[in-house]
Design a protein around this ligand. Structure first.
Ligand SMILES: C[S@@+](CC[C@H](N)C(=O)[O-])C[C@H]1O[C@@H](n2cnc3c(N)ncnc32)[C@H](O)[C@@H]1O
Length: 280
């Protein structure tokens, strides 16, 4: 190879998936639940919080508003930029965002956070055992980890979007571990166990995030179709196999069936997740 040619950098599919759309448009419908979740964490001024897979700060912003010293880490550069812009516009100088991968947090020191939050974030990182090891490494002894994970087979919105979408998508590459496996308690225990956390320090509860959107359920689906990487990818795959209309009709029925709002102007869809609490 001539000296001027360089080996191309391999594409990081995980990063590309989340940079593909604009998750801020979906996150806008999750703000109330993010704030409610953070209110349960007992955060006080000065607590050091890591929000991993933070998006544009649905939980990082309310944690900073409670006075915590917050670092948001996300693999998607567009979401890091959006988060930093939100922090600036809200005047939160105790909140900053930077790029990083939940599977390899080499830029973060051991024992540096009192609380690690990861709402539907770290579950998407490749190599789940590495994710658990990294999360435990950066949390200080005596600290806490709180994860929110969608649950496979759950009948509510997000698990169903991901189930329906996968039926229209090509099979994942060999060795790919589904993010949904983080929604199974035994897997969580095994992964944190391998990172040195005994089972009795892990507790689970079923909790709910409610997507609240000004518009119809079909308009909310349109937001997912236009801005949510996994749904965009499913529509592309379905179009390539001539099944786009079929996918759309399944998802449209799902969004409409799950809407609990009685107002024509507002869509409200609760989605169940597994909340994982780990005492480090
Ligand atoms: C469903 S969104 C949730 C975002 C945010 N926690 C919220 O509740 O609004 C998933 C987030 O995880 C991020 N993510 C995916 N894989 C990641 C990885 N390996 N490391 C860090 N962040 C990751 C995505 O970029 C995206 O922001």
């Amino acid at each position: 190879m001539p000296a001027t040619e360089q080996t191309p950098t391999p594409i990081n599919a995980n990063k590309a998936l989340w940079e593909k759309g604009d998750f801020t448009q979906i996150a806008a419908s999750m703000r109330e639940s993010g704030e409610a979740l953070v209110a349960t964490l007992g955060i006080t001024p000065g607590v050091r919080v890591l929000d991993l897979g933070c998006g544009d700060g649905t939980t990082a912003v309310p944690a900073a508003q409670l006075g915590a010293d917050v670092l948001g880490v996300d693999i998607a550069s567009n979401l890091v930029a959006a988060g930093n812009a939100r922090a600036r516009s809200l005047g939160l100088d105790n909140l900053r965002f930077q790029e990083g991968d939940a599977s390899d947090l080499n830029e973060l020191e051991d024992d540096s956070f009192d609380v690690v939050i990861s709402m539907f974030g770290a579950m998407f990182g490749p190599r789940p055992f590495d994710v658990a090891k990294e999360v435990v490494r950066v949390a200080r002894p005596g600290g806490r980890i709180v994860m929110g994970n969608w649950i496979p087979g759950d009948p509510t919105l997000v698990a169903q979007i991901l189930r329906i979408s996968s039926a229209y998508s090509p099979p994942p590459p060999e060795g790919f571990v589904s993010p949904m496996t983080w929604g199974v308690e035994e897997n969580v225990i095994e992964r944190f166990g391998a990172a040195g956390v005994p089972e009795e320090k892990i507790s689970f509860e079923r909790d709910t995030y409610t997507f609240i959107f000004r518009g119809t359920p079909s308009a909310l689906l349109s937001e997912f179709r236009t801005y949510y990487g996994p749904t965009m990818t499913a529509y592309e795959a379905a179009a390539a196999s001539g099944r786009e209309a079929e996918l759309h009709s399944e998802l449209d029925a799902l969004f409409n069936e799950q809407n609990t709002s009685s107002s024509d102007d507002v869509t409200s869809i609760p989605a169940t997740f597994l909340r994982v609490n780990v005492a480090v």
